[in-house]
Ligand binder design. Structure first.
Ligand code: SF4
Length: 146
C-alpha cells in the first residue's frame, strides 16, 4: 500500500503547474509565454502541465525580465512563496545576462545572483518552441526532485 507521500508525489508528477513572474521585462518574452498558453499549435499543456495563477500552487516558474531595481524585492518575495521542489526557467536573455539592459543602473541582472536558475531559454525573445523545450527540461528536473 502506498504512503500518503508516495500518493501525493504520484499525483503531482502527473500535473506540474507553471507560474510566470515578470521581473521587469519589456513584455516581449511574456507575449511568447502567452503563446504557449493560448495558441493550440504551441500549447504547452500537451506536456501534461498547466499554468496557474498563484505562486503557492506552482511547481515550475518561468521568469522574464532583467530584475529591475523597482521590482526586485517583490520578485524575491513571490519567488519565496513557491513551494519546494521548484524548478526555475529563465526565459529570454534578460534574466540570463541582462540583455540590452545589462549596464543599466536600474537592473540587477544576472538573475542567478539572487535566484537559482535551472534552465536557460536564450533569445530576445525566444520562440515559443524554445520555451516549450525549456518547460520540457524543467518537468524532467522537477520529476527527479520529487
Ligand atoms: S529578452 Fe528581449 S524580449 Fe525578452 S524581456 Fe528582454 S528585451 Fe524583452
Amino acid at each position: 500500500m502506498k504512503t500518503l507521500t508516495e500518493t501525493m508525489r504520484g499525483l503531482a508528477a502527473r500535473s506540474p503547474w507553471i507560474y510566470r513572474i515578470n521581473a521587469g521585462s519589456c513584455n516581449g518574452c511574456d507575449v511568447e509565454c502567452a503563446t504557449t498558453a493560448c495558441i493550440p499549435r504551441y500549447d504547452v499543456e500537451r506536456l501534461g502541465c498547466q499554468y496557474c495563477g498563484s505562486p503557492r500552487h506552482a511547481d515550475i516558474v518561468l521568469i522574464t525580465g532583467p530584475l529591475t531595481a523597482r521590482i526586485k524585492d517583490d520578485v524575491l518575495r513571490v519567488y519565496a512563496e513557491i513551494p519546494d521542489p521548484k524548478v526555475t526557467v529563465a526565459v529570454g536573455i534578460c534574466p540570463i545576462s541582462g540583455g540590452v539592459f545589462r549596464e543599466s543602473y536600474a537592473v540587477h541582472a544576472p538573475m542567478d545572483q539572487y535566484i537559482p536558475i535551472d534552465v536557460n531559454v536564450p533569445g530576445c525573445p525566444p520562440r515559443p518552441q524554445a520555451i516549450i523545450e525549456g518547460v520540457a527540461l524543467a518537468i524532467d528536473i522537477w520529476r527527479e526532485r520529487l
